[in-house]
Design a protein around this ligand. Structure first.
Ligand SMILES: Nc1nc2c(ncn2[C@@H]2O[C@H](COP(=O)(O)OP(=O)(O)OP(=O)(O)O)[C@@H](O)[C@H]2O)c(=O)[nH]1
Ligand SMILES: [Zn+2]
Length: 340
C-alpha cells in the first residue's frame, strides 16, 4: 500500500517539529505491541523498535523512523485517554491524532441526552471534533426530532442521521474520513459501530485481519487498529476505544456546559452551590426559564463524577506514597531492632 504523507494525516503541525535527515521517515503508528511498533510510511508498512516504553505510544501517533528505530511520539494534535481499569487508575492513552470522534447512538431508547453529554465532554477533553451519528433512522418515524435534540447540546456539534445498513447513507460520513482525516467511533453496544466501520472500510469481516503473535513470539502485521477507509482516510478501532470513561475531563465539562459555567461566574458567592444561596445566577436562570433544571442536574452529576475520577487518580498516587512511607518506616524499625 503506497500513500502520500498527507493522505496518512501528516500536516504542518508535525512537519514543524522535525528536521528530517535523508534517511529519516515520518511514520504513522498503526499498532503498539510490547516491544515493537507497526507503522505506515509513504513507502508502505514497516515494523519499528520503540525508543521509549510502549506505553508512551498510541495508535495514530506520528514518529520519525531512523532505520528501524522509532523516535518518541511527535506532539499530538489530539489524544483520547481513559481511566485505566484496576488499582492503577492513571490515565491511559487510547488513540492519538484522531480528527473526529463519531459518537454513535440510535434513534431509539439508546438515545440519552445525559450519555451524549458524557461523550461530548470526553470529546472536548481529547481535542477531537464531535460528530453525533444517529443510526437506525430507518426504524424511526421522525429521525429529525433526535437530530434536533442532539444539536441543542452544543453549537460545535454536527449531527447526522443514517441507516447504517444503507451504503449510500454511510457515504455521507466520507467528509470525516477522507484523505488525511482520522475518525474513531464510540457508543454503546449494538448501536451500529461495526456495521458503519465495515461499510467505511469495505471490510465485511472484522475478524479477517486480526492475528495474534505466534508461538515463537514473532508478530504478524495487523491493520485492525488503524484501518484505511474507502474514502481515502483512516478509522481507528481498538478494544480501548470501546470502553471509554471520563478522565481528567474538567476542561471538557466546562466547554460542554459553558452556559452553566458562565452563569455560575455571575453568582454572588464564588463557591455558590446553586441551591438556596442569595444572588445565585444559575437558580435565577432556572426560575426565568432560560436554563433547563434537568440540564443543571446532569451537569452536577457529570461534574461530581469527573471530580471523583480525577480525585481517585490523585488519591491513588497519595495512597502509593503512604504505603511506601509505611514500608520505609518498617524497614527502619527492622534495622534498628537488628542493630540492638
Ligand atoms: N435497521 C437498522 N439496523 C441497524 C442499523 N445499525 C445497526 N443495525 C443493526 O444493529 C445490530 C448491531 O449493530 P452492530 O454494528 O453490531 O453494533 P455495534 O455498535 O458494533 O455493537 P458492539 O459490537 O456490541 O459494540 C446489527 O444487527 C445491525 O445490523 C441501522 O441503522 N438500521
Ligand atoms: Zn449559584
Amino acid at each position: 500500500m503506497n500513500q502520500t504523507l498527507a493522505a496518512l494525516g501528516w500536516t504542518d503541525h508535525f512537519a514543524r517539529q522535525v528536521q528530517l535527515d535523508a534517511d529519516q521517515r515520518p511514520t504513522r503508528i498503526t499498532a503498539v505491541h510490547r516491544s515493537r511498533l507497526d507503522g505506515l510510511q509513504a513507502g508502505g508498512a514497516v515494523s519499528l523498535s520503540p525508543t521509549e516504553s510502549a506505553g508512551s505510544y498510541a495508535v495514530g501517533d506520528w514518529v520519525v523512523a531512523s532505520g528501524a528505530a522509532a523516535s518518541a511520539p511527535l506532539e499530538r494534535t489530539t489524544a483520547i485517554t481513559r481511566r485505566a481499569a484496576g488499582e492503577e487508575s492513571k490515565p491511559q492513552l487510547i488513540a492519538a491524532n484522531v480528527d473526529t470522534l463519531g459518537i454513535v447512538t440510535s434513534c431509539n431508547a439508546d438515545f440519552n441526552v445525559a450519555r451524549l453529554e458524557r461523550y461530548l465532554t470526553m470529546c472536548a477533553a481529547s481535542g477531537c471534533l464531535p460528530l453525533v451519528i444517529l443510526t437506525k433512522a430507518d426504524q424511526c418515524d421522525d429521525p429529525q426530532d433526535f437530530v434536533k435534540q442532539a444539536e441543542r447540546l452544543s453549537p460545535l456539534l454536527s449531527t447526522i442521521a443514517i441507516n447504517a445498513k444503507d451504503a449510500e447513507d454511510v457515504e455521507r460520513l466520507n467528509p470525516w474520513c477522507g484523505a488525511g482525516q482520522t475518525l474513531a467511533l464510540v457508543g454503546s453496544s449494538g448501536v451500529g459501530k461495526t456495521t458503519i466501520q465495515n461499510r467505511l472500510t469495505g471490510i465485511e469481516d472484522t475478524t479477517q485481519d486480526i492475528r495474534a503473535d505466534d508461538a515463537k513470539g514473532r508478530h504478524t502485521t495487523t491493520n485492525r487498529n488503524l484501518r484505511a477507509t474507502r474514502a481515502g482516510g483512516w478509522l481507528i478501532d481498538t478494544p480501548g476505544m470501546r470502553e471509554l470513561r471520563l478522565v481528567d475531563a474538567e476542561d471538557g465539562v466546562e466547554e460542554v456546559f459553558s452556559d452553566i459555567t458562565e452563569l455560575a461566574a455571575l453568582c454572588k458567592f464564588n463557591d455558590c452551590a446553586h441551591q438556596t444561596e442569595p444572588g445565585c445566577a444559575v437558580r435565577a436562570a432556572i426560575d426565568n426559564g432560560t436554563l433547563d433544571a434537568d440540564r443543571l442536574d446532569r451537569w452536577r452529576k457529570l461534574d461530581r463524577e469527573n471530580r471523583f475520577n480525577t480525585a481517585t487518580v490523585g488519591e491513588n498516587r497519595a495512597h502509593q506514597r503512604r504505603l511506601q512511607k509505611l514500608y520505609d518506616a518498617g524497614q527502619e524499625r527492622g534495622r534498628s531492632k537488628r542493630g540492638k
